[in-house]
Ligand binder design. Structure first.
Ligand SMILES: NC(=O)c1ccc[n+]([C@@H]2O[C@H](COP(=O)([O-])OP(=O)(O)OC[C@H]3O[C@@H](n4cnc5c(N)ncnc54)[C@H](O)[C@@H]3O)[C@@H](O)[C@H]2O)c1
Ligand SMILES: O=c1ccn([C@@H]2O[C@H](COP(=O)(O)OP(=O)(O)O[C@H]3O[C@H](CO)[C@H](O)[C@H](O)[C@H]3O)[C@@H](O)[C@H]2O)c(=O)[nH]1
Length: 340
């Protein structure tokens, strides 16, 4: 069985990917420092999988610890590198915290496994496109000046990986540019666990619907879009998780060498108001919301062209916005009934 190191494997996207890896016949080895996740996610994964996946609590910024890891778990065929800090606003307030964690962890990992013929998947973001000139945005669209230190870590990390490949390193690398991951596993045993007040739309909606927050503010209805609210490409986290399996399979092909990048979205834009309506319609739960001012730094509209990922990775998102909302709501109710 092919062993895959999953850094950040107890986090939102990582935990769902662990499930899909096992279903596809891989053996995941989870690395996490629990800086933005809960150890009980390991128990939840154990319930879903029927066995306890291997887990090591390691801070990837600790160079010596990562070297030890590479010695003790030397027989991996791939690494999926989720571990990073991801809050845009916090990165503006604490840029060094973001540059330190997101770069040290990446570089320590690449150095520790350097020389081995590994398949490496990097979690990038559509944030690298800023506001694209053409929609849907394709992978060859220009990377725009980063809007935040967080976005900058994704842009620079992609460059680091390309420079490393250009230098002749033995790795194969795929960067996946995620659009907006939402939703939760159908078991409602794993999902997104925002720490503090959620910054993202869907957890803010579910926390408001359950009564933890008073009201959702729709940030702006005067954008140049059909209903005036911003448009994003929301993707179900289980579809996103499956894209990682597809990326590994693609890299396992002899013919693939070097570096490649893919958009991972649905190819469809949905407005904030459409998300609000979809939530209320699918769950039957109404919540308080109102229109407020625009949020600083928001891109007006972005959705991805997924032709390349469909044709080359042979992967396509299958789950719709209603399923995303329904599963996010089941997860919110599950953790309200039984806090982790
Ligand atoms: N969720 C999104 O909207 C989104 C969008 C685009 C890209 N991404 C990227 O995808 C990846 C995963 O995102 P997520 O939403 O699952 O985030 P998450 O915070 O839920 O998961 C990240 C995990 O990494 C761990 N971690 C962080 N720093 C670490 C370190 N130094 N050593 C070991 N573990 C560490 C955290 O404890 C957490 O469990 C991140 O790289 C993120 O930037 C996320
Ligand atoms: O309370 C809220 C929260 C969000 N929004 C709106 O909902 C949309 C989605 O906002 P999110 O914060 O959920 O997502 P973003 O698209 O702003 O950001 C996400 O996608 C980015 C890439 O575009 C980065 O990857 C970032 O890490 C990730 O959180 C935006 O139009 C935002 O203005 C609201 O109206 N009210």
């Amino acid at each position: 069985m092919k062993k895959i190191l999953v850094t950040g494997g107890l986090g939102f996207i990582g935990s769902h990917t662990v499930v899909e890896l096992v279903q596809a016949g891989y053996e995941p080895v989870i690395i996490d420092d629990l800086s933005n996740s809960h150890i009980s996610i390991l128990d939840q994964l154990t319930t879903i999988l029927g066995f306890k996946p291997q887990f090591h609590q390691v801070d990837l910024c600790d160079e010596a610890a990562v070297k030890n890891l590479a010695t003790s778990i030397a027989d991996v065929t791939g690494i999926i590198h989720f571990a990073a800090f991801k809050a845009v606003g916090e990165s503006v307030a604490h840029p060094l915290k973001y540059y330190r964690n997101n770069f040290y962890s990446l570089i320590n990992l690449l150095n520790a496994y350097y020389g081995k013929p590994l398949n490496f998947v990097f979690s990038s973001s559509c944030t690298v496109y800023g506001q694209p000139d053409n929609l849907p945005v394709t992978e060859d669209a220009p990377v725009k000046a980063a809007q935040s230190p967080y976005g900058n870590t994704k842009q620079i990390a992609e460059e680091i990986l390309q420079d490393m490949i250009a230098s002749g390193a033995n790795y194969k690398v795929v960067s996946l540019r995620y659009f907006n991951p939402v939703g939760a596993h159908k078991s409602a045993l794993i999902g997104e666990l925002p720490i503090g007040v959620p910054q993202n739309l869907v957890p803010f909606i579910t926390q408001t619907a359950i009564g933890k927050r008073e009201k959702v503010t729709v940030f702006g209805n005067d954008y140049n879009t059909p209903d005036g609210s911003c448009i994003r490409d929301y993707i179900h986290v289980v579809d996103l998780a499956k894209a990682h399996v597809a990326a590994l399979k693609y890299m396992e092909e002899e013919s693939f060498k070097g570096y490649d990048v893919f958009n991972i979205g649905t190819g469809k834009g949905t407005s904030v108001l459409e998300v609000v309506n979809a939530f209320e319609r699918t769950t039957g739960v109404k919540f308080a919301w109102s229109i407020g001012p625009r949020r600083d730094g928001d891109v007006e509209q972005v959705w991805g062209d997924v032709t390349k990922s469909t044709e080359v990775l042979k992967w396509k998102a299958e789950l719709d916005v209603d399923t995303m909302m329904a599963s996010a709501w089941e997860w919110e109710k599950a953790i309200a009934n039984k806090p982790l």
